[in-house]
Design a protein around this ligand. Structure first.
Ligand code: APR
Length: 244
C-alpha cells in the first residue's frame, strides 16, 4: 500500500464522512437504508420534519447523543490527529460527522461542516451552545426568548455555514499543487462536500479516496483510491513516513 510522503511544503485537506466513525460503532446513515425506526431520515433531519414533529426529531437526536457518548475514537481518528500535530497550520479537517469523535481524538484544526451533535441553538436567537442533554418528554425552550431550541445540525435542505466553505476554498487555493486532498469514509452523495475533490483537482492537488466500499462514480474522480477500512488504512498510510 502507498504511504504519504511529507515535504516541508505539503498541505493536507481531509474530508471525512460517516465511514470514519463506523469502526467506533456509529451507524452510517446510508448503512441504515436511510431509515430510522421506520422513518425516512429526511423526516427527522430537516426543518420541515422539526416543524411537523419536534418531539420525534428530539427523540432521534437524543438517542444519537446517548449513542455517541458510549463510543470512542478509533485508530483512524487518532492517525488524523497525529498528522495534524506534524503539519500544524498546513493541515485542515472538514468533517461531515457530528459525533465529536475527531475532537475527542485530539483534532483541533477542524470544521464541523454539518454541525455538532452536542450543541443546540434557539431557532430565533441562533447562537449555538454546548448541550449534552437528552429530550424525550419535555422539549427545550430558549432561556432568553422562550423560542424553540433545536439541534445544531445542518439538516437536509439547509445551507452550510458560508465561513466554513470559504475556509475550505482558501485552504485549497493556498495549497495548489502542494495540496493532498483526502476524502475518507464518505459516499460522495451530499454536496457541497462531494464537490471538494473537483475544486482540489482544479488547483493541481493530489487526490485520495479511502473507503471500505467506494462507488465507481465517486472513485473515478480521484488519483488514488484505497479500498479498506479507515481505522486500518490510515495509521499505516499516514504514520510510516516522517518529514524530510
Ligand atoms: N472505513 C472507511 N469507509 C467506510 C467504513 C470504514 N470502516 N465503513 C463504511 N464506509 C464507507 C461506505 O462505503 C460509504 O461510502 O463510508 C461511506 C459512508 O457513506 P454515508 O453513509 O453516505 O455517509 P456520508 O458520506 O458521511 O454522508 C454525508 O449525508 O446523511 C447525511 O448529513 C449526513 O453527513 C452526512 C451526509
Amino acid at each position: 500500500m502507498k504511504t504519504l510522503s511529507l515535504t516541508p511544503q505539503t498541505k493536507v485537506l481531509v474530508l471525512t464522512g460517516a465511514g470514519v466513525s463506523a469502526e467506533s460503532g456509529v451507524p452510517t446513515f446510508r448503512g441504515m437504508d436511510g431509515l430510522w425506526e421506520g422513518h425516512r431520515v429526511e423526516e427527522v433531519a430537516s426543518p420541515e420534519g422539526f416543524a411537523a414533529d419536534p418531539q420525534l426529531v428530539w427523540r432521534f437526536y437524543s438517542l444519537r447523543r446517548e449513542g455517541a457518548l458510549e463510543v470512542n475514537p478509533n485508530p483512524g481518528h487518532v492517525a488524523l490527529a497525529k498528522l495534524e500535530e506534524r503539519l500544524g497550520d498546513r493541515y485542515l479537517l472538514a468533517t461531515q460527522n457530528v459525533d465529536g469523535l475527531h475532537a475527542r481524538a485530539g483534532s483541533r484544526r477542524m470544521l464541523a461542516i454539518h454541525g455538532e451533535l452536542f450543541q443546540s441553538r434557539c431557532e430565533k436567537c441562533a447562537v449555538p451552545f454546548a448541550d449534552q442533554k437528552t429530550y424525550f418528554d419535555t422539549l427545550p425552550k430558549c432561556e432568553t426568548c422562550g423560542g424553540a431550541v433545536r439541534p445544531h445540525i445542518v439538516w437536509f435542505g439547509e445551507m452550510l455555514n458560508p465561513r466554513h466553505l470559504e475556509q475550505v476554498g482558501e485552504f485549497i487555493q493556498a495549497g495548489g499543487s502542494d495540496l493532498h486532498f483526502f476524502a475518507i469514509g464518505t459516499s460522495g452523495l451530499v454536496y457541497p462536500a462531494a464537490g471538494f475533490v473537483q475544486i482540489a483537482r482544479s488547483v493541481g492537488a493530489m487526490t485520495w479516496l479511502i473507503d471500505a466500499a467506494p462507488s465507481r462514480e465517486f472513485a473515478s474522480q480521484f488519483d488514488e483510491v484505497i479500498v479498506g477500512k479507515s481505522g486500518e488504512v490510515l495509521p499505516f498510510l499516514l504514520g510510516e513516513r516522517s518529514e524530510r
